[in-house]
Design a protein around this ligand. Sequence first.
Ligand SMILES: C[S@@+](CC[C@H](N)C(=O)[O-])C[C@H]1O[C@@H](n2cnc3c(N)ncnc32)[C@H](O)[C@@H]1O
Length: 287
Amino acid sequence: MRRRARTLRDKLTPEQPQKMDHDGCQQGSPKQRLATAGGLSGSPGRRHERSLRRAVKELACSILPGRMPAVETNDVAARAWQRELVRRGYDAISLAYRSDDGEAASSSGEDVGRYAGWVAELAGLLPTGASVVDLGCGAGIPATGELAGHGLRVIGVDFSTVQLARARRLVPAASLVRADMAALHLRPASVDAVVSFYALIHVPLADQQALFPRIRSWLRPGGYLLAIVGACRWTGTERYLGADMFWDHADTGTYLRWLQAARLPPIWHRYIPEGDTGHSLILSRAS
Ligand SMILES: C[S@@+](CC[C@H](N)C(=O)[O-])C[C@H]1O[C@@H](n2cnc3c(N)ncnc32)[C@H](O)[C@@H]1O
């Protein structure tokens, strides 16, 4: 799912809870992994390195021609364009990414069955009728639908017109809002939980970091954030299911620090493998 495998296979067992002092990727940074892979020019490590360089170069070209790479940029216009690339991308690939019956693209390696367990675990912490915001809800299946199925009041947020139109049809029980989460404002202390599955990784890193204190402000005291974030640092653009797509994510340790600083101390985090790569699932509670 999301971008194709570009890291070495992680040796962790699926969804294994991690120690809270964990800081960074399980087998080192992508660079360290490349160094370990080393070898001849045709080796997976070298190929990986070349594709990484190409992605960074493409990003620099596609964002602001003639300027320095827009990676880790603080340039507001560049970040707006990176988000726009993602919005257009999901408008184009909505159906390829997720069919109406909730299946993932056959090339993705994604196990969509996992969402049900994640949502059930969160629902078990919340009273019936609690309000939950699903940031980057996509077409609403499976996560938004699962949340609604647990009797929760769900507000799905996504900026892709196509994704949101499908979510309206596929999850009529949810309230759906078309908005860029990087510019979203909700009433303080108005929701019991926020979830975000595989969406924050498309938000430029500076916008992601700024989002966590805002999420904290939307949560009632003791409210939860359950989010899929990056496990290793990576940024770039790639062709994905037939469209240009942008990703930006930090490593797990950085997310844990950001959440702590935002008064969203993590309760646990788990590595979620996916083919040769993976993400981190973090549960935080508003302090
Ligand atoms: C990989 S899909 C995940 C969809 C759904 N959460 C799931 O797990 O099936 C990412 C979704 O996040 C949305 N998204 C990405 N960046 C966003 C932003 N800045 N504001 C709102 N939605 C965003 C995309 O439009 C897309 O629908």
